[in-house]
Design a protein. Structure first.
Length: 318
């Protein structure tokens, strides 16, 4: 009987230890935004394949905005932590705000870009405006101003609106009460808002259901989702050659071997046919970096571009 008890104790100890190790070895991936965000949807699609590549369980924690970036600073040396973030937090916000104490080149180890996502200017479908010229004409000839939302005060979409308003002399009224793409899309659908810019995964359902019309796309070329919608480049908005992007970052202080492991796993995951198909369904494009160093260079180029655009359109925040 004593032997059986001892054996049961050993089994129990093994079970506790084994589960502790598994839990301790699990990889945490922090997102920048809620589950509805484009980058959050991306990592959810990637999760299963990435677990197989890394041979490691993954726990996804959803962030609540730019402040989530500060978490990775506290995770220095943690080889079981990754952060997925976007153009706005990584390249725009540090260029327009002196109070945002975050620098991706100093506070993170960039691993790889994951996706490129077109940003789309949409308008309510019941206004009879079907292209940019009609929007300009309406803005110049109507006393009642069209109301728009830029999603968030520090978003790339605010900078895009600054460019549109100043370059085309649009006479619009800002609705500052709305925050977040989901809320803004609901306001468009309910006809409580006229114009918005956000990423293609958010606007696609509204266009498909006939609630909105796409007027412009921030992307290097016209996209399959809206093949008849011109790009911002076609209208001379050279500060916006493309829309949003997302990428994966690790904390500083981790080994070169772990960085290589992360990069290899991400590269293989993004080549997976299921992952590619599901991401492209949302109107995004797979666009991995050729190396972590290449991603770092890309981020710096983007930061320089957005700093120049912010200076051109006088877009800075305290």
């Amino acid at each position: 009987m004593k032997k059986i008890k001892n054996l049961l104790y050993l089994v129990l100890i093994f079970f506790i230890f084994n589960n502790y190790v598994i839990a301790d070895d699990s990889l945490v991936i922090l997102t920048t935004f809620a589950q509805t965000g484009s980058s959050s949807k991306t990592i959810l699609i990637m999760k299963d394949r990435l677990e197989k590549e890394l041979k490691q369980n993954i726990t996804i924690e959803f962030g609540s905005g730019s402040s989530s970036a500060l978490r990775i600073v506290k995770e220095e040396g943690n080889e079981n932590f990754l952060y997925i973030s976007t153009i706005g937090v990584i390249s725009l916000l540090p260029s327009i705000s002196n109070s945002f104490k975050f620098n991706s080149s100093l506070n993170t180890k960039p691993i790889s870009k994951t996706t490129s996502t077109p940003n789309v200017l949409i308008i309510r479908s019941d206004l009879g405006i079907n292209n940019l010229q009609q929007l300009i004409d309406y803005s110049n000839n109507q006393d009642k101003k069209l109301r728009y939302s830029y999603i968030a005060p520090t978003s790339i979409h605010r900078l895009e609106f600054e460019g549109l308003i100043k370059d085309f002399k649009l006479n619009l009224e800002l609705d500052e009460s709305l925050r977040g793409s989901a809320n803004v899309m609901k306001a468009i659908r309910d006809r409580n808002l006229d114009l918005a810019i956000t990423t293609s995964p958010y606007v696609a359902p509204l266009v498909k259901e006939g609630d909105a019309i796409p007027l412009l796309v921030a992307h290097p070329e016209r996209i399959e989702l809206f093949p008849n919608t011109p790009t911002m480049l076609e209208y001379g908005l050279s500060s916006f050659p493309h829309g949003s992007w997302a990428g994966i970052f690790a904390p500083t202080g981790i080994s070169d071997e772990r960085i290589k492991e992360f990069f290899s796993a991400l590269t293989s995951t993004l080549k997976d046919s299921y992952v590619k198909k599901e991401i492209e369904k949302l109107g995004m494009e797979i666009s991995p970096s050729s190396s972590p160093n290449n991603f770092s260079i890309y981020i710096q180029d983007e930061s320089n571009r957005l700093k120049l655009a912010a200076e051109k359109y006088n877009f800075f925040i305290n």
